[in-house]
Design a protein around this ligand. Structure first.
Ligand code: ATP
Length: 333
């Protein structure tokens, strides 16, 4: 097992600075998710950990040791990508065994390891099959098993589920959480999907434009986002934000924390508006409410209103957020 540290790391491609003076400690044995919009630098960070791309300056430490001069194969790191490489002509067993054979692990030990790992990922009944006869999820498991069998101290996964359909993705998320529990290894997982990040992470590292916006457990980012970016990245639909009209200060509230009623209630923040859209999703309904100055999304557990209806939107004061002109959340007493 191993922690990972970035110390004043900068990465440029030619003159283009992608990561600027980044400091980050990824804890040993934790499930850490790097999340952020496309192009924010997630894959670049992973490649620096793996040793596939050297940092321009600063140091990368694995298990407390500077690995800047350590070759990728010697770092104790395994990586699983979105487009995972499994060999189509080899059976599942041969695919899993491949790295072990290369490392000259004796036959008996190989067999034992392949059997134990394939049971961990639920492939024990498929060992003699060829990849073409497997489902997408099973193929993904072969890729995971291939990485696992080498007993890495760090697992790097870059959008490993994005080629799977929605249902399988949800199932594989649960399986990965289970695998992490069983292995107790450091997992670093990249996604641009905040739902995936929220459901899997012990710690989320939220990035934008090569910089860390917030590093915290999912519930902290949800309840105490450090800035407007974090507030609007985590949560579906995103947090509603509006201008207070005072020196660039903004207010915000989550769609699930607003209450709609026909008449004003005793909520502190309230505004009149018209329902412009209604999306019934089964257990909840999402309304878009237009007031004189803003448009807000509201998530309700009951479906009581119709389009064009006039409503009063209320939010309790403790559910309101405020952000300064610099975008940072303003702490309240
Ligand atoms: P995505 O979610 O789309 O995969 P990402 O957050 O993983 O995005 P990176 O792949 O790390 O983003 O890319 C970060 C930035 O670095 C982007 O602006 C990208 O264009 C740039 N970049 C990445 N690799 C290279 C390269 N080999 N040469 C030049 N620029 C690169």
């Amino acid at each position: 097992m191993a922690s990972i540290e970035f110390v004043h790391v900068t990465k440029s491609f030619d003159k283009h600075v992608v990561i600027k003076d980044l400091n980050l400690k990824i804890e040993d044995g934790k499930f850490t998710v790097l999340v952020g919009p496309s192009g924010c630098g997630k894959t670049t960070l992973m490649r620096m950990i793996a040793g596939l791309d050297p940092q321009t300056s600063g140091s990368v430490l694995i298990g407390g040791k500077d690995v800047s001069r350590v070759a990728p194969g010697q770092r104790g790191v395994a990586m699983v990508f979105q487009n995972y490489a499994i060999y189509p002509t080899m059976s599942v067993r041969e695919n899993i065994e491949f790295g072990l054979k290369n490392n000259k692990v004796p036959k008996e030990e190989r067999t034992r390891l392949v059997e134990s790992i394939s049971a961990t990922v639920g492939l024990q009944d498929y060992l003699d099959r060829k990849p073409a006869t497997l489902s997408g999820g099973q193929r993904q498991r072969v890729a995971l098993a291939r990485a696992m069998v080498k007993k890495p101290s760090v697992f790097l996964m870059d959008e490993p589920l994005s080629n799977l359909d929605a249902k399988l993705r949800v199932q594989m998320r649960v399986e990965l959480i289970e695998m992490h529990k069983k292995l107790g290894t450091t997992f670093v997982y990249v996604t641009h999907d905040q739902v995936e990040a929220m459901s899997m992470a012990d710690t989320i590292v939220l990035m934008n434009q090569g910089q860390i916006q917030q590093e915290a457990p999912p519930e902290t980012i949800y309840h105490l986002p450090s800035n407007l970016f974090a507030a609007q990245f985590i949560g579906v639909p995103p947090m509603n934000v509006g201008d207070l009209g005072e020196d660039g200060v903004k207010f915000g509230f989550r769609p699930e924390n607003a209450v709609l009623s026909a008449e004003p209630g005793d909520n502190h923040f309230s505004v009149r508006g018209i329902i412009v859209t209604r999306e019934m999703l089964g257990s909840e309904t999402i309304y878009q409410v237009r007031s004189a100055r803003h448009s807000f999304m509201v998530k309700c557990t009951e479906d009581l209103f119709t389009v064009d209806q006039e409503v009063c939107l209320g939010v309790k004061p403790d559910k309101m957020f405020f952000f300064g002109a610099d975008g940072k959340r303003i702490e309240r007493d």
